[in-house]
Each structure stands twice: as structure tokens, then as C-alpha cells.
Design a protein around this ligand. Structure first.
Ligand SMILES: [Zn+2]
Ligand SMILES: [Zn+2]
Length: 299
């Protein structure tokens, strides 16, 4: 091993260590108080590597903290233990509030359960799934209710607790089967029938889009897991969509219109966080180049 190669390896290791050290993120600031509620910024749809996501439950939690989310809903396909792992980790490392969820997934429907501890397996009857979640005290939220899922969802829409009204598909051109306008019409159809679904905005985070891109404002009695769950259960949410239209509890929407809420969460790319971060990145990059270059020379 040449001296140059050893130096490059050392620079790479130091860069990685500094990067990990400087990139912990300050976490979300204290939630704003408004009309007696705590306003919690939540992303309620995220996957981990236990199914089709990229990050571990621990990394996902750290990432949510970095994005300054107050609340993260972990919703793995037909599993709850990754969400429970994330919650355990978050409780011991300074947040955020993790809601244990499950994306109960089968070909005819995807619905989220929150407030459950035992997983609910998908069944042929969505009525039976709703019963099973409610029996645990949980809530059921339709995930990305585009028309493809309507044959299963529409007969039970009046029994659902909520539905996603904002999802990253709103931000891109409609593709076969993934048209945001259909989600909007699912939501409004329910309103027209007198059933106001709890409005949820969520990113369906798998690893390549920004976590927190689509969010829900929860108006909670207390800034805790229980407070967040009760807000979902009792419909105290507001979602501002990509056009600036607000969905959710009418009184809260009116309150936000009178006095707009300034978001504290952040979405998007990776900002530099000080000198240590820049030095770490420079060392890491130099180390990587050095390792690549000196290895090539040796062969
Ligand atoms: Zn889904
Ligand atoms: Zn999903």
C-alpha cells in the first residue's frame, strides 16, 4: 500500500467522520402555539429498507430531524416493527415524534393505519381491515386514493378516518394511473356526501425525493405522540396544496388565512451547515479521488 493511498484513505475516513458529526441537524424548533393548539409539522408517509425504501428506520429518523419535522409517520408495507424501531430510536436520541404506522397494502387498495401496535394483514374485505384497525384504537387513512383504487375505497369511504389530499404526484404531470386530480375528487366527493375526511399531506418517501416535501399541519393538544394521534383522529389538520389551496378543518383553515403560518420544516437539497461540514466534504472528496487515482496507478 503506497503512502499516497494510505493518506487518501485517511482523508476519506476523516471526511466521513466529520460529515457524520456535523450533519446531525438541530431538529425542529418548538412548535408554534395557535388558538390553544400546538402546530406540529408532519410527514405521514415514509418507507424504510425493510420494504422498498432506502434508509434504515434509524437513518430515517435522523433525516426527519434534519428536515426539522416535528412528526414522522413511518408506514411500511404490511409491517409495523420498522416504525416501532424508528420510534424507539427517536425517543432515545431527541426526536422527532414518530407515529407508528403501517401501509396496509394489497392490489386493490393501499390504506394507512396509525395508532396501532400489532400489524394488520391485508384482507379481501376492506371493511374487515377498517374494523381491525379501529379495534386497536387506530385510524385509517386512504393512501394516494387515485381512481385505480376506487372500486375498493368508494364503498367504505364513509368509514375512513382520513385521506391523503397532497402527495408528490401532485407535483408532476399525470402518468397512467397516477393523477392527482383523482385524489382531489375522492376527497371532495366525500365532503359532498357530508363526511369530512381528515386531510393528510405526505411525501411517500422512499429515499430519492425530499422527505417533508408534502406535509400535514397537526393541531395538537400536546406535542406528543398521543397529541398527534388525537389530532388525526379528531380531524384537526390543515394541508396547503401545491397551488396554495388549504384543506382540512374549516375553523383552522380560516385561522391560517387570517394569520398565515410560517413553516419551520425544510425540504429539498442538502445545505451546508458550517465550516466543519465544508472541511469534511472537501476531505472526503479529496480522499475518494486519491483512493481511486492511486489504486488505478498501482494496477
Ligand atoms: Zn402506496
Ligand atoms: Zn407508500
Amino acid at each position: 500500500m503506497s503512502a499516497a493511498f494510505r493518506a487518501s484513505l485517511a482523508a476519506l475516513a476523516l471526511g466521513l467522520t466529520l460529515g457524520a458529526w456535523s450533519d446531525r441537524g438541530p431538529g425542529a424548533p418548538s412548535p408554534e402555539r395557535r388558538d390553544g393548539w400546538y402546530v406540529l409539522e408532519a410527514d405521514l408517509h415514509a418507507h424504510t429498507r425493510f420494504s422498498d425504501g432506502l434508509l434504515s428506520p434509524f437513518d430515517l429518523t435522523v433525516h426527519a430531524r434534519r428536515q426539522r419535522l416535528h412528526v414522522l409517520g413511518v408506514t411500511e408495507h404490511n409491517m409495523v416493527f420498522p416504525a416501532q424501531l424508528a420510534r424507539w430510536f427517536a425517543r432515545h436520541t431527541g426526536g422527532p415524534i414518530v407515529l407508528v404506522g403501517e401501509e396496509i397494502t394489497s392490489a386493490p387498495y393501499h390504506v394507512h393505519a396509525f395508532g396501532i401496535e400489532d400489524r394488520v394483514l391485508p384482507r379481501r374485505s376492506l371493511d374487515a381491515v377498517i374494523d381491525a384497525v379501529h379495534a386497536q384504537g387506530g385510524v385509517v387513512i386512504a393512501a394516494h386514493p387515485v381512481a385505480h383504487f376506487w372500486p375498493a375505497l368508494l364503498p367504505v369511504r364513509h368509514r375512513l378516518d382520513g385521506a391523503e389530499i397532497l402527495h408528490p404526484i401532485a407535483l408532476r404531470a399525470p402518468r397512467e394511473g397516477w393523477d392527482w386530480a383523482q385524489m382531489e375528487s375522492f376527497f371532495q366527493g366525500s365532503l359532498a356526501q357530508g363526511h369530512r375526511l381528515t386531510a393528510v399531506g405526505a411525501s411517500d418517501y422512499h429515499g430519492f425525493s425530499p422527505l417533508g416535501l408534502c406535509r400535514t399541519l397537526l393541531f395538537a393538544r400536546e406535542p406528543t405522540e398521543r397529541g398527534a394521534l388525537d389530532a388525526l383522529r379528531e380531524g384537526r389538520t390543515v394541508v396547503v396544496d401545491h397551488r396554495g389551496v388549504s384543506w382540512g378543518d374549516p375553523a383552522l383553515v380560516a385561522s391560517l388565512r387570517a394569520r398565515p403560518y410560517r413553516s419551520v420544516a425544510r425540504a429539498g437539497g442538502y445545505p451546508s451547515s458550517g465550516a466543519l461540514d465544508r472541511v469534511g466534504r472537501a476531505l472526503g472528496l479529496a480522499g475518494l479521488l486519491g483512493v481511486t487515482f492511486t489504486r488505478r496507478r498501482r494496477s
